[in-house]
Design a protein around this ligand. Sequence first.
Ligand SMILES: [Mn+2]
Length: 282
Amino acid sequence: MNKLLKNPPIGFLEDFQLPTGKKAYFASDFHLGAPTLAKSAEREKALVRWLDQISADAGIIFLVGDIFDFWYEYAWAVPKGGVRLLGKLAALSDAGVPLVLFTGNHDMWMFGYLSYELKAPVFHQPITIEINGQKIYIGHGDGLGPGDKTYKLLKKWVFQNPLAVWLFKQMHPDWGIGLATAWSQHSRLTNEKVDDKKFLGNDEWLWAYSQQVEQTQHHDFYIFGHRHLPLDLKVGHSSRYINLGEWINFRTYAVLEGQDLHLKAFENETWQHVEVPEAARV
Ligand SMILES: [Mn+2]
């Protein structure tokens, strides 16, 4: 396991208090840079409008992975793009809004630069936090739950392998970023359609994972990205699994107001919850 990819200490989140009247916001899977620069630019501007809107009452903002379709930090270089989003996040951070970042399977190679610029912790694995008395388990979600053996092996032996990460770093950034971008864009994102996205019932692996964690340790909410399908499902007696969806089609996010968490969509009137059977409903 690459030491650089280990979680930092939980820091200020340990005893974080949301100021009265403020809310906690959660969003993931922006995939900036994909599938084309033009489409990404449109999405990035929507993200800036969203951040402008929520800045009125945001007490903390969680960005839960796959912010970039590809991200890798060299010693002196980072990929082009994302400057509007990063500028907006930096401004929010400078104005005193706490930011918390998670890496996803597309942008796991964050080694301190964004953490420094945005004054935000960057987590590589899920964490447990408590806000407004609600215990929340939160992470991107890649490599968790049953199945996806190929990815789990790749993550362990290639993506997070210290030698592989070091070898990649030896490549000139034009080659490294070029190669990785091509690889990333050949993945599912470019081809996926909203219609293909159906609730998989008991095969929803992050739902299964949430139920498994809940058996040993109670959390009020399980919040993940990665699935690209906005879901709000019952876990155990009183807990919920929220999937944050994505910003290519849905522009969904979650907001914690008081003790309740809601899934919402930004500038997307036609969005509705994914149809799930009665038993899974919250
Ligand atoms: Mn994703």
